[in-house]
Design a protein around this ligand. Structure first.
Ligand code: NAD
Length: 487
C-alpha cells in the first residue's frame, strides 16, 4: 500500500519525518499525464504531520549547523553520486509522474539535479568569501550563519530540479529542510528522500511532507518554527503565503510566473528567431521562463509568422518516453481545460488562431496543439495572463521604443528574449527591459552562479551563487575593535 515499484524504483509514498516513514489516514492519487494511469496513493498530510516535521527539523538543526560547510559538502556530494547512479530510473519516474520528455530528463534535468547539490555544496566551502574591511581601525567580518528550518514549496513542472535548486543551497548553508512537493508530482521527492538517507544525511535534516497546498502547504508556511520560506509557484499562492509569513515575519523567497516577451528586431537572423520562438513550446509550454509574447518588427512580421507556423506545425507531439517526441502532454485534465479556456476567451474577444487552438484529437488524452494567437486586443487576457501551456501570442512593433513599451506592459518581469543583429542595438533594448533574466540571441543558458529571479510580480529576491546563501543564511557582520586585547 505504501510502496510502489515504478521505473525500476521502489517508491515509498509516505512522508519522511525525522528519518522515519510516516503514514497519514488519508491518501491522494498520483496520476500519470501520459495515459491517466494511477501511479500511486500518496500520504495526504496536514498540520499534524507538518508540526512533527518542523519539530524534527528543529531538533536536527544544531548538529547539522555544527558539522560545518566541509562536512556537509561531503554528504551532499555523496547524494549527488546517488542521483547519478539512479539517473536513468529517476528520469523515467519523473516522466511518468509529470509527462515531460524523457530525453530531457535524462540529458538535462537529472544531471542538473546532481549539479544543484554539488554546486552549492562547493560554493559554501570555496566561494562564500568572508570579506573583511576596516572602519576606523575596526575589522568588519561578514559571515553566513545557518538560520534554522527552511520550508520549501515547489511546483510540478520540473519537480526534482526545482526542489534541489532550493534543497542544495539550504542544506549547504546549514539549514534543515521541510519540503512540500506539488501534489500533481509527489513521487521523485519521495524517492530522493531515500537517497538522502543512503547518502548519510542525518535523520531530521531533510523531511518531506506530502499533500495539498491548502492543507500541508498552508500549515507549513504558517508554522512559527520555520526560519525561511522558499516558494516556486503561482502569484495567487504567493499572495496567500505572504499573508501567512507576515504573522511570523518569516523571510520569503518567491519565484513566480511570467508573461515574458521574445523580441525580434528587423535586423535579426530570421532562422535563429524562428528557432528560438519555437523553443518556447518546450515542456508543452509549462515553463515559467517561456517567451510567450512574440513581439516582431512589422517589416519582418509576415515572413517570421509564416516560417514560425511552418516549423511549429512540424513539432512531433506524443508519448514523452519516445526519443523523437518534441511536445508531450499537459500535466493534468484541470490544467488542459484551463489552457483551453484561455484560447476560447481570446477568440471570443476577437483574436485569431493562427495554428493549433485546441487539444490534439488524434492523440486524445492531455495533448494540446502548439498554438499561436494573433490580432489580440491590447491589454486583453491572452496578452497579459500567464497561460502556462503551449500558447503563444504574436504582436508587431514599429520601433525599438515601441518594443520596450510592449514588452514591459505586464505585471510580470521574469525573463525576456531578444533576437537582434546588432550588439549596440541589443544593449539599448536590454537596458530598458524589466526582467530578472534576459537572453540575447539565445535561450535557457543558465549558470548556477548567476542571479535568478523575477522583477515585479514574478518574484521576490534572487537565487543562485551567493544570492542563495544571502537568503538561506543569517548574514552577520562582526566588528572587532583594534583595542582591548590582552594577548
Ligand atoms: P501553485 O502555486 O498552484 O503551486 C505550487 C506549490 O504551492 C504546490 O506545491 C502547491 O501545493 C503549493 N500551494 C498551493 N497553495 C498553497 C498555500 N495556500 N500555501 C502553501 N502552499 C501552497 O503553482 P503550480 O501550478 O504548481 O506551478 C505553476 C506556477 O509556478 C506557474 O505560475 C509558473 O510560472 C510558476 N513557476 C515559476 C518558476 C520560477 O522559477 N519563477 C519555476 C517554475 C514554475
Amino acid at each position: 500500500m505504501h510502496q510502489v515499484t515504478l521505473a525500476g524504483l521502489t517508491v515509498d509514498t509516505r512522508h519522511v519525518i525525522g528519518g522515519e516513514r510516516v503514514a497519514s489516514t488519508e491518501t491522494f492519487e498520483s496520476v500519470s499525464p501520459i495515459d491517466g494511469a494511477t501511479l500511486a496513493h500518496v500520504a495526504r498530510g496536514g498540520s499534524a504531520e507538518v508540526n512533527r516535521a518542523v519539530e524534527a527539523a528543529r531538533a536536527a538543526f544544531p548538529a547539522w549547523r555544527d558539522l560545518g560547510a566541509e562536512g556537509r559538502r561531503e554528504i551532499l556530494h555523496r547524494l549527488a553520486d546517488l542521483v547519478e547512479r539512479d539517473l536513468e530510473q529517476l528520469a523515467n519516474l519523473e516522466t511518468l509522474d509529470n509527462g515531460s520528455l524523457l530525453r530531457s530528463h535524462r540529458r538535462g534535468v537529472m544531471p542538473r539535479v546532481a549539479m544543484n547539490l554539488r554546486f552549492f555544496a562547493d560554493w559554501a566551502v570555496e566561494k562564500l568569501h568572508h570579506p573583511v574591511w576596516q572602519t576606523r581601525g575596526h575589522d568588519n567580518v561578514v559571515s553566513w550563519d545557518p538560520s534554522g528550518v527552511a520550508a520549501l514549496i515547489t511546483p510540478w513542472n520540473a519537480p526534482l530540479m526545482l526542489a534541489t535548486w532550493k534543497i542544495g543551497p539550504a542544506l549547504a548553508a546549514g539549514d534543515t529542510v521541510v519540503l512540500k512537493p506539488a501534489e500533481w508530482t509527489p513521487l521523485s521527492a519521495s524517492y530522493f528522500a531515500d537517497l538522502a538517507d543512503e547518502a548519510g544525511v542525518p535523520a531530521g535534516v531533510f523531511n518531506v511532507v506530502q499533500g495539498f497546498g491548502a492543507e500541508a502547504g498552508a500549515a507549513l508556511v504558517a508554522h512559527p518554527g520555520i526560519a525561511r520560506i522558499s516558494f516556486t509557484g503561482s502569484v495567487p499562492t504567493a499572495k496567500a503565503i505572504a499573508r501567512s509569513a507576515a504573522d511570523n515575519l518569516t523571510p520569503v523567497s518567491f519565484e513566480l510566473g511570467g508573461k515574458s516577451p521574445l523580441i525580434v528586431t528587423d535586423d535579426a537572423d530570421l532562422d535563429l528567431a524562428v528557432e528560438l520562438a519555437v523553443e518556447q513550446y518546450d515542456n508543452a509550454g509549462q515553463v515559467c521562463l517561456s517567451g510567450t509574447r512574440l513581439l516582431v518588427h512589422e517589416n519582418i512580421a509576415e515572413a517570421f509568422q509564416a516560417r514560425f507556423a511552418e516549423k511549429a506545425q512540424q513539432l512531433r507531439q506524443g508519448d514523452p518516453r519516445e526519443e523523437a517526441t518534441q511536445i508531450g502532454p499537459q500535466i493534468h485534465r484541470v490544467h488542459l481545460e484551463r489552457i483551453q479556456g484561455f484560447v476560447e476567451r481570446a477568440t471570443a474577444d476577437g483574436a485569431r488562431v493562427v495554428i493549433g487552438g485546441g487539444p490534439n484529437d488524434e492523440l486524445g488524452g492531455l495533448y494540446f496543439r502548439p498554438t499561436l494567437i494573433a490580432d489580440a486586443k491590447p491589454g486583453s487576457e491572452i496578452l497579459t495572463a500567464e497561460v502556462f501551456g503551449p500558447v503563444l501570442a504574436v504582436q508587431t512593433f514599429a520601433s525599438d521604443d515601441d518594443a520596450v513599451e510592449l514588452a514591459n506592459n505586464t505585471e510580470f518581469g521574469l525573463a525576456a528574449v531578444v533576437v537582434c543583429g546588432n550588439r549596440e542595438r541589443a544593449e539599448r533594448l536590454t537596458k530598458n527591459l524589466v526582467a530578472g533574466t534576459i537572453w540575447v540571441n539565445c535561450f535557457f543558458v543558465r549558470d548556477l552562479a548567476a542571479p535568478f529571479g523575477g522583477s515585479k510580480k514574478s518574484g521576490i529576491g534572487r537565487e543562485g551563487g551567493t544570492w542563495s546563501f544571502d537568503f538561506y543564511a543569517d548574514v552577520k557582520n562582526t566588528v572587532y575593535a583594534p583595542t582591548g586585547w590582552k594577548d
